[in-house]
Design a protein around this ligand. Structure first.
Ligand code: NDP
Ligand code: GDR
Length: 374
């Protein structure tokens, strides 16, 4: 352990935010320890570029096997690592999937947070270790007021959101009960080229790229009317770190303050490849057709149906409208977004077009390519 360097422990290091946060903290000179789950095949794609040979001494990026459902594992690791900062990003983070796996979601996302806090308390690290809890705009759920701020009441609408609500309050409780430096970042949706493939933005940018390259005919989505406040994950991980550098532990809303319907995200993605869409119908009957295409290399026909609604993607209870008010973070911490929605869409589309071109070469070479689009 190097006493001159700060040490961070990131749970969920293999996820979108874990990867960007690791990069960010390593650039700041931290020693980063990450918790990864054992899986039957490699699950470290997003952090492979940070990997360091475990046989080399003085590594500053170290991975440990573990799981948020295993208290002894978490306690042992925190004792070994003696972290200055813990970023609890691990979660079963898919809202729709949480309706399928509600008990597991409660265990990993809700009780998992308790296990971390309790380990820090049990080990007597309350005064040393600062804790960031990945809270979420899903806590607001059914609209009570807009824009949503730190004082807006919660009304969670999924097993995921209810589990995260437990995690939110247990973090506040440990702060108040034991004087721990523990904070909630109430982050609104944030996306990137390494966003999980089944979240709506990435599903759209991947499918748009595949349709333009002739690898897929159509994109099926659920509720096109849902509105989200979308930012770029790179902006949001910077904020996680800033939250733990503040003088006092508090809870913070991080958002852009602009909301956009899913349908508009679809339109913007297709526009990136020069395809103009026309939407016809309503709700389950709504469809998207190619109105024009300015790039003759792309393999679409005028009038082709490229978007349809499949009700299987509707959620038993939906969160219709999220729009955050980041005034507190902007005024007290000086946070600013560097990306807007247009640059986010561009970034994701450029990356997915490159990825899908590889699939195109494989297909042309007679090899099979991925055909799982959920
Ligand atoms: P991802 O789904 O990309 O990553 C989740 C991470 O948690 C992965 O590393 C995953 O491992 C790990 N994980 C899941 N279950 C367990 C478990 N039982 N034990 C240990 N690790 C586990 O999420 P994001 O990076 O997008 O989000 C990070 C956090 O922020 C999450 O807690 C999410 O709920 C929250 N959040 C995200 C927002 C967003 O818009 N992205 C907004 C607000 C909050 P594996 O790779 O093996 O699956
Ligand atoms: P969300 O993200 O539920 O907001 O949770 P997601 O991208 O899954 O959904 C956003 C909205 O799009 C609608 N939608 C679809 N969603 C998916 N996944 N697939 C579809 O085909 C589809 N069609 C329409 C959804 O109904 C929803 O309204 C994300 C996660 O990262 C959480 O972990 C995080 O806490 C919140 O953002 C803030």
């Amino acid at each position: 352990m190097n006493p001159l360097k700060k040490t961070a422990f990131i749970t969920g290091v293999t996820g979108q935010d874990g990867a960007y946060l690791s990069e960010f903290l390593l650039k700041k000179g931290y020693i980063v320890h990450g918790l990864k789950r054992r899986s039957s095949s490699f699950n470290t794609d997003r952090i492979d570029h940070l990997y360091q040979d475990p046989h080399v001494e003085n590594r500053n990026f170290i991975l440990h096997y573990g799981d948020m459902t295993d208290s002894t594992n978490l306690t042992r690791l925190i004792q070994e690592i003696q972290p200055d900062e813990i970023y609890n990003l691990a979660a079963m983070s898919h809202v729709a999937v949480s309706f399928e796996t509600p008990e597991y979601t409660g265990n990993a996302d809700g009780l998992g947070t308790l296990r971390l806090l309790e380990a820090v308390r049990f080990l007597g690290l309350e005064k040393k270790t600062r804790i960031y809890q990945a809270s979420t705009s899903e806590l607001y759920g059914k609209v009570q007021e807009v824009p949503q701020s730190e004082t807006t009441p919660f009304y969670p609408r999924s097993p995921y959101a209810v589990a995260k609500m437990y995690a939110f309050w247990i973090t506040v409780n440990y702060r108040e009960a034991y004087g721990m430096y523990a904070c909630n970042g109430i982050l609104f949706n944030h996306e990137s080229p390494i966003r999980g493939e089944t979240f709506v933005t990435r599903k759209i940018t991947r499918a748009t790229s595949r349709i333009a390259l002739g690898l897929q005919d159509k994109l099926y989505l659920g509720n096109l009317d849902a509105k989200r406040d979308w930012g770029h994950a790179k902006d949001y991980v910077r904020m996680m770190w800033m939250i733990l550098q503040a003088d006092e532990p508090e809870d913070w809303v991080i958002a852009t303050g602009i909301t956009t319907p899913v349908r508009e995200f679809v339109r913007m993605s297709f526009a990136e490849v020069g395809i103009e869409l026309e939407f016809k119908g309503e709700s389950v009957d709504e469809k998207g057709f190619v109105k024009s295409c300015s790039n003759p290399d792309y393999q679409v026909q005028i009038g082709q149906e490229v978007l349809a609604v499949d009700p299987k993607y509707f959620r038993p209870t939906e969160v219709d409208l999220l729009i955050g008010d980041p005034t507190k973070a902007k005024t007290k911490l000086g946070w600013e977004c560097r990306y807007d929605l247009a640059t986010l869409v561009k970034d994701m589309m450029q990356s997915d077009l490159n990825l899908m071109r590889k699939d195109q070469y494989l297909k042309e070479g007679g090899y099979t390519t991925l055909n799982y689009f959920e």
